[in-house]
Ligand binder design. Sequence first.
Ligand SMILES: Cc1cc2nc3c(=O)[nH]c(=O)nc-3n(C[C@H](O)[C@H](O)[C@H](O)COP(=O)(O)OP(=O)(O)OC[C@H]3O[C@@H](n4cnc5c(N)ncnc54)[C@H](O)[C@@H]3O)c2cc1C
Length: 422
Amino acid sequence: MTIDTAHTLPTVDCDTHKPWSNWGGNQTATPAFTVRPTTDDEVVDIVRFAIREGLQIRVVGAGHSFTPLVQTGGILVDLSGLSGVTGVNAEAKRARVRGGTPISEIGGDLWDLGFALSNQGDIDKQSISGAISTGTHGSGIDLGSFSASLRWVRLVNGHGEIVEIGEDQIDELRAAQVALGTLGIFLEVELQVVDRYYLQERITYPTWSQTVSTWDEDIDGNRHYSFLWCQQDASAALYELPTPEGESMVNRSYTKRYNAVDVDDTDADHTEGSRRDRSYRIYPGGFMIPFHELEYYVPREHGRAAVEAVQDLIRDVHPDQEYPIEVRWVKGDEGLLSPFYHRDTTVVSVSGAPGTNYWPYLRDVDAVLSQFDARAHWGKIHFMTRERIARIYPEFEKFVDIRRRFDPNGIFLNDHTRALLA
Ligand SMILES: Cc1cc2nc3c(=O)[nH]c(=O)nc-3n(C[C@H](O)[C@H](O)[C@H](O)COP(=O)(O)OP(=O)(O)OC[C@H]3O[C@@H](n4cnc5c(N)ncnc54)[C@H](O)[C@@H]3O)c2cc1C
């Protein structure tokens, strides 16, 4: 597509032909325009400009997705200028947040108002809208994803109009809960939150037979339960996981449990392995080496078999793969394209080393986990096709109908999302 860059957007901070790449370095694009609006009106102007000029338009949050969700040769909208907590409804325990707010900037503000996010993932660098749009989650069988906490959204649709979606439009809200940026640009979202809470961390290093001996007890008995299973000592070294004195990490799990405790700031403890602090300070991990990740979701009841099938695959076919397997749990929800739609879920994540040919490994993991009726993280490497998605998401067609209503000309679709959701 040839783009006349003389058609700039004079009222909006804008770069032309500025190369973009994601956190993982595996996705790149050169948008004709990269725009940084700071008001809702500027976002409306940008969308109307895209409609007028026939340009594709995508939003970027923190660029932490591994899939080509953000790519565009048209307009890339960076919403970091629309950030901050805008208010809390204390009675309903709802918080409103602007669409470009990084998760890392929500915890402290909510805390001061007496509230907290009910759960968080391994990092807090993502934008709230990026996290919602892909079903980003933490771990805890009684805790939903960020998407599940969405109760209202104000967005600019593909007609260039600002619209609000609340619980009185339940199908549209369920579509917005995981929409990959295809319904429009989220200006502000409302999240269900909880009373603020402190967390106590407990780290253990069980062997695999110990891990499975308390499987359901650990899942049900902890607010947050998750583990990293190591196939080699090098796996633990890669993630800087401490190894118990005189032991090997081979076939052992680095296991995290976080439970709520009734303490205050004076009881905070920063000792690695037994930290105790405000919830939003405990969740985000520190050290993060580069990785390219695939993450699939199987029904909770198949979780152990699915993890053991991937362990066998690594031992028998891909012993050169060093990255640990991460295992987590998420509560079932209602989002039309939520990977947790109507099922409590075991999360199985594997990674390849950037710069290596990890594709045969990831394809084999896909084949193994597809036997367990697996869905995939929309923001991580996957091998889903439209046909597969239509089969595993019972309300897929309802989502597509809503998407077409919000964006009849497909200005928010890029090649990747068009292939899956047009
Ligand atoms: C180091 C690392 C750790 C991670 N940890 C976890 C984890 O613990 N749990 C988990 O589930 N995932 C995790 N992820 C995946 C990550 O949470 C998702 O890919 C998430 O979408 C990234 O958010 P982002 O702000 O970077 O969004 P981007 O990747 O920038 O965008 C994601 C999607 O959201 C859309 N979008 C962004 N902003 C808006 C908006 N305002 N309106 C409409 N659409 C919008 C984009 O168009 C795109 O389709 C991790 C990824 C990395 C790299």
